[in-house]
Ligand binder design. Structure first.
Ligand SMILES: CC1=C(/C=C/C(C)=C\C=C\C(C)=C\C=C\C=C(C)\C=C\C=O)C(C)(C)CCC1
Ligand SMILES: [Fe+2]
Length: 489
């Protein structure tokens, strides 16, 4: 009995004029849960793609399990099989300049055997790949082979602590052992399910909030290549899984438990060594709740002197109940109910005049984006600079989760919203057009869960914020968190 519920053969959605290769291209490629995956490799134009037909036990989550049935939103239902790859049929036109791969990571498998996880963040890392080239689109998805995931498969039970889940202990002694392992970090997960970044040296690393949950993957095959082993002696158990990554540096925060605060660390491309470059000094600001900062930059006066730091974030009105709303039972049961707590683009104004107080205000009227706001991106060329546009998920009420894609103009204080009734979009990633001279010249990529249980990739024009292409997935995929763009060089 396979430990994970997967469906039968992966179906392949192919463009009308392509044919599958001969069976001689079948490559038996390892096995998942004792079953075989057959991969057919073939050339389509200059795209090498493989169609993965998985012969796995047809164990589909029961209607009562995970609240799933063939018509429920796939966003909150476990990914139906370990992996799939194939070319999708594109409706509309993908710009020929769009050449590269959008990788999106997220917690897409929310059960083990008969046990269903409680929280969105608990799921095992599911990596989705959208490769754009010559106006065509190849999609793939695959589980990340963390120690936590492999142990769960092998033992058919939770073996490491996840966000809201802890392994069951049989007795008090085992409980004390688990507690000791918590403080040593041994029982903390390496389930790298939160984000994925491309380092300046080309390595692609999946991340979660635990340092040991830094895992290198192959951006083409989605193979798990191994742990990203930091070579410094900074130690610690957790870090921010939301680093700043450019072609020249990787910056993140390490909590300093000895001298309360955060260390700012920097790692250069081609190395695994993080170096401390500073600490986070602080001023007092109003209470706030955020998961994600959008951008920050120096505000200067007419003489070029820095007068303040402006830092924008997706701010939940200092209300922590958003975490409870992200419990899977709530996400599955409250579809269509207007229970999503309000959120806004929170703008911090941190003064440089020595004042110990900073301000927090809404950067625009939250009604512009339905008082929903999270999962944001910007044009990476404007990182750390004064900018005008951010792309995020907003709300069209009534809703229990952000259900629009939203382009926010911070100068005009206006928003443009894309919405499909009953659908849930994941984080919109802005990809600038090579050679672009304006901030919003590019495309926005997202993955959509439709209300009928299906799913598709969506490409919007970054300026008009109108749909230019979509491509349906072979089946609905679970919700995902953060992604990155890996240009085809
Ligand atoms: C936070 C810690 C841990 C784990 C964190 C994990 C696994 C994921 C965190 C994901 C987050 C913060 C996602 C936020 C999404 C926000 C959304 C979709 C908001 C929508 C609102 O409208 C460990 C690994 C358990 C360690 C301790 C700390
Ligand atoms: Fe995040």
């Amino acid at each position: 009995m396979a430990s994970f519920g997967f469906s039968a053969t992966g179906t392949h959605v192919l463009r009308p004029n392509t044919t599958l290769s001969s069976s001689s291209d079948h490559v038996r490629n390892g096995s998942v849960f004792g079953k075989s995956i057959f991969i057919k490799k073939r050339k389509v134009g200059d795209l090498t793609i493989s169609n993965v037909a998985t012969k796995l036990p047809a164990v589909v989550p029961s209607p009562t399990r995970e609240g799933s049935d063939e018509h429920s939103l796939a966003a909150w239902t476990s990914v139906r099989q370990e992996r799939w790859e194939g070319e999708l049929v594109v409706e509309g036109e993908i710009p020929l300049w769009l050449k590269g791969t959008y990788l999106r990571n997220g917690p897409g498998l929310w059960h083990i055997g008969e046990y269903d996880f409680r929280h969105l963040f608990d799921g095992y890392a599911t990596l989705v790949r959208l490769h754009f080239e010559n106006g065509r689109l190849v999609m793939g998805h695959r589980q990340i082979e963390s120690e936590a995931y492999k142990a769960a498969k092998k033992n058919n039970k939770l073996c490491y602590r996840e966000f809201s889940e802890a392994p069951k202990t049989d007795n008090f002694l085992a409980y004390m052992g688990d507690l000791a392992n918590l403080f040593s970090g041994a029982s903390l997960t390496d389930n790298a399910n939160t984000g994925v970044v491309k380092l300046g040296d080309g390595r692609v690393v999946c991340l979660t909030e635990t340092i040991k949950g830094s895992i290198i993957i192959d951006p083409i095959t989605l193979d798990t290549l191994g742990k990203f082993q930091y070579s410094d002696s900074l130690g610690g158990l957790i870090h921010s899984a939301h680093p700043i990554v450019t072609d020249t540096e990787f910056l993140t925060l390490l909590p300093d438990l000895v001298n309360p605060g955060y260390l700012v660390v920097r790692m250069e491309p081609g190395t695994n060594e993080r170096k401390v470059i500073g600490r986070v000094a602080s001023v007092e600001v109003p209470l706030f709740v955020t998961f994600h900062f959008i951008n920050a930059y120096e505000e200067k006066d007419e003489d070029g002197r820095v007068t303040a730091i402006i830092a924008d974030c997706c701010e939940h009105n200092a209300d922590t109940t958003i975490l409870d709303k992200l419990r899977l039972q709530n996400l599955r049961s409250s579809t269509g109910k207007d229970v999503l707590p309000d959120a806004r683009v929170g703008r911090f104004i941190i003064p440089f005049d020595g004042s110990p107080y900073g301000k927090l205000e809404a950067a625009l009227d939250p009604e512009e984006h339905g008082k929903g706001m999270d999962m944001c991106s910007i044009n990476p060329a404007y990182l750390g600079k004064k900018y005008r546009y951010t792309y995020a998920c907003g709300a069209q009420r009534p809703c229990n989760f952000p259900n629009t894609l939203t382009k926010i103009d911070l100068d005009e204080k206006k928003a443009k919203n894309w919405h499909e009734e009953g659908a849930v979009p994941s984080e919109p990633l802005f990809v600038p057009r090579p050679g672009a001279t304006t901030e919003d010249d590019g495309v926005v990529i997202s993955m959509i869960s439709s209300k009928n249980g299906e799913g598709y990739a969506l490409v919007l024009d970054g300026s008009a914020f109108k749909e230019i292409a979509r491509a349906k997935f072979p089946y609905g995929l679970p919700y995902g968190l953060h992604g990155c763009w890996v240009p085809k060089n």
